[in-house]
Write a protein that binds this ligand. Structure first.
Ligand code: GLC
Length: 711
């Protein structure tokens, strides 16, 4: 990577040569529609091209990008503009480029930062080979409302898990040297609290207190900034009356000043202009001023900056030093990417990089690890592949591109093996049908029936929120008809969000869950159904019984009346169908011997044993509860996890360490505090179960409490 000092000197030299118009041009990102105005690039009025042609690019496959076309555009900027400042080419490479990994919510099910890092590095390598040098991922929005379609794009409900994923994604995408032609600039989005939209309706109002913002929604972004993320994207929504794109406190005071973020802040699609629709700006000129003063550096496609900033600066309504700060951040990113030295992409590279064997292996491994076994009565799974007739039925059983999931712009259908095709590769006799009546009639001749249902990608993702969590129309009736045939029934659900699947859990003999598993998903699911691989996924989000329970998440507060029946529904359960962290294996695990050691830091450990007759992987989870605080504290908070592989009968001691930083939290005045007191801790398989212990923290030291009998 070019030396930082050298970069800063080059920024100042460039800035001193730039006209006002050229400075503003660097803050202008245009969409990559085919009728791109080449003269605006020659004039230095474009700083970046967004390779997407519509506002919700992620919902439909986009025109492919090719290095040859982007090299042409780059040539206009580098060879034909006055200062030759290269362009940033951004695209939503959200969970893979040509090799498509599971959607981020699926990746989080793996609880495996290493796998996420590898898949992210593969995505960067493939995207950069196509000439892209900036991607708008990782999406770090904590989501606790499955009605919200974009829950698919994030890492679930928990800030600790999402923070681990954030670090992995940034490391994988950016590596340690952004000028490496196999890396790409990442973008932590959507800053911040976008997932708290009222009613789960996208873009909707949020009311988030400063303490909740700091303790729940900001941590993954802080983790991304600490990992060196190159950019941050402001979100569409408002928090308590202030749209994120004009939120000076969050952008300039927290992100840039308190956290020392030196990267660049880009708005979300046209959200600078949307300050007028929000009703905080009279017109686009005021929108430009509010956004720039708030710390918003680059205007994504609304052209407000390019049209309004010059006159604002010329008449002194906006200080040129604010403009210069934004331009410095854009130039810094371009210099760190090495674009001045190497603006063009080797056009032959993509052919050797896309769908590389190791990329597909990594995507397959991550897809397998993302599959969650939710039930398995009498160990029906894995299916015996010989001597049986298997039925594979249902609307998702033979789909290909629908396995990609939302926000897949460059995956190609023909790269995908469907679930039924993958089963046919493994199973002797496979009956298959999609039409419900055909499925039911054929099921009679099968020994085991696998029903594959769920959501098409178009039902989640941006601006695809649902007011129901039921299966899509017709699928429940289909499942009931299939169950009535009376054969052993395995239900595989492929979806972009948690669904209300209580009937499936009650009536199927086994349930397998996959958040859109990506291009290798068919192979991954088949491999698990027949036992080539063992399921090891764990839920990164709580599954409610019904939409009426939403929002429902494990790290809820105690309230003043925690004991039933106070505070419960009178017409149904208040308990989740499946808890955060839940998932089964083809074996069983036993926990014993919780140990807690005190001192400057706390060490806790438990023995985990594979008590079954098959190898398996367990995600051992550590939760902590602060019993008394200056403000109310969650009933549980994830503070560690480790995925361990155990052979039958094998036992491992899994240990965790806690420091005072793990006990701290933010107060309403946004001060971070660590308070003495008593704490509980659990080491177990999910947010609902575990060996319980206690400890005290006082005068800077940890003191173990008495272990609580395993109940
Ligand atoms: C979209 C999305 C954002 C995406 C951007 C560019 O509207 O909100 O996540 O990165 O625009 O496509």
């Amino acid at each position: 990577m070019p030396q930082e000092r050298d970069i800063e000197e080059r920024i100042e030299r460039l800035l001193s040569q730039m006209t006002l118009a050229e400075k503003i041009g660097q803050l202008n990102q245009v969409p990559n529609s085919q009728n791109l105005d080449h003269d605006s690039i020659r004039a230095g009025s474009v700083g970046s091209v967004l390779c997407a042609t519509n506002p919700t690019a992620g919902n439909v496959a986009q025109e492919r990008v090719f290095a040859s076309y982007l090299n042409e555009l780059q040539h206009l900027a580098v060879e034909e503009s006055r200062l030759g400042i290269p362009l940033l080419f951004g695209r939503d490479v959200i969970h893979g480029h040509r090799t498509v990994a599971p959607i981020p919510l699926g990746q989080a099910c793996a609880w495996d930062p290493g796998l996420v890092e590898r898949a992210s590095a593969d995505a960067a390598r493939e995207a950069r080979a196509d000439g892209l040098n900036w991607t708008f991922t990782p999406m770090l929005d904590i989501a606790r409302d499955p009605r919200w379609g974009r829950i698919a794009e994030g890492y679930g409900e928990d800030p600790f898990l999402a923070s681990q994923m954030a670090r992995s994604a940034v490391r994988g995408l950016q590596g340690s040297d952004l000028s490496d032609p196999q890396r790409i600039a990442a973008c932590a989005k959507h800053y911040v609290g976008y997932g708290a939209a009222e009613g789960g309706r996208d873009y909707n109002t949020t009311e988030i207190t400063p303490a909740t913002l700091r303790n729940v929604y900001l941590p993954p972004f802080k983790a991304a900034v600490e990992a060196g993320v190159a950019s941050v994207m402001s979100a569409f929504h408002e928090i308590g009356g202030i749209p994120s794109t004009a939120n000076r406190h969050l952008l300039r005071e927290v992100l840039k000043n308190e956290w020392g973020f030196e990267g660049m802040v880009v708005s979300d699609w046209a959200s600078v202009d949307e300050l007028v629709q929000h009703g905080v700006a009279e017109d686009r000129a005021q929108a430009a001023r509010l956004a720039l003063e708030a710390g918003l550096d680059m205007d994504m496609v609304s052209e407000v900056y390019i049209q309004e900033l010059a006159s604002l600066v010329e008449r002194g309504a906006v200080g040129e030093e604010l403009l210069d700060d934004a331009v410095r951040r854009v130039l810094r990113l371009k210099l760190r990417l090495g674009l001045f030295e190497r603006p063009y992409t080797d056009e032959a590279l993509a052919r050797t990089v896309h769908l590389r064997d190791d990329h597909r292996r990594n995507a397959l491994e991550l897809a397998k690890a993302s599959v969650v076994l939710l039930s398995n009565r009498e160990d029906l799974l894995p299916l015996p592949v010989r001597g049986k007739t298997l039925g594979v039925f249902g609307s998702m059983s033979d789909v290909q591109s629908q396995l990609f999931g939302t926000w897949t712009l460059d995956g190609q259908k023909d790269d995908v093996v469907s679930i039924v095709s993958a089963m046919r590769e493994r199973f002797g006799r496979v009956e298959h049908a999609v039409l419900a009546d055909d499925c039911v009639s054929r099921a009679r001749f099968c020994d085991v029936v696998v029903a594959v249902v769920g959501e098409s990608p178009g039902r989640s993702g941006e601006d695809n929120s649902t007011q129901s969590l039921e299966l899509p129309p017709g699928q429940q009736t289909f499942l009931e008809a299939l169950a009535a045939v009376g054969k052993p029934l395995v239900v595989v659900v492929v979806a972009g969000r948690p669904l209300a699947i209580e009937w499936i859990m009650d009536h199927a003999d086994a349930v397998v869950w996959a958040f859109h598993p990506g291009g290798e998903g068919g192979t991954a699911i088949a491999s698990i159904l027949v036992g080539e691989s063992s399921p090891s996924g764990r839920l990164p989000v709580t599954f409610p019984r019904s939409v009426g329970q939403v929002p429902l998440y494990y790290s809820h507060k105690s309230t003043g009346r925690p004991d039933p029946p106070a505070g419960r529904y009178i017409d149904g359960s208040d308990q989740p169908l499946l808890p955060f962290g839940f998932g089964l294996a083809y074996t069983r695990f036993g926990y014993s011997r919780l140990e807690i050691e005190g001192g400057d830091r706390l060490r806790c450990a438990a023995s985990v044993r594979n008590t079954g007759d098959r190898p398996g992987e367990e995600v051992v989870q550590l939760y902590v509860r602060d019993l008394v605080g200056s403000i109310t504290r969650p009933a549980k908070e994830l503070r560690g996890f480790e995925k361990v592989a155990l052979d039958p009968g094998e036992e491992k001691v899994v240990s965790f360490e806690l420091g005072e930083e793990d006990l701290g939290f933010y107060l309403p005045d946004e001060r971070f505090v660590v308070e003495p007191g008593r704490f509980l801790l659990w080491i177990g398989p999910n947010a609902k179960e575990g060996l319980e212990g206690s400890f005290e923290y006082r005068e800077g030291r940890f003191h173990p409490g008495d272990p609580v009998p395993h109940r």
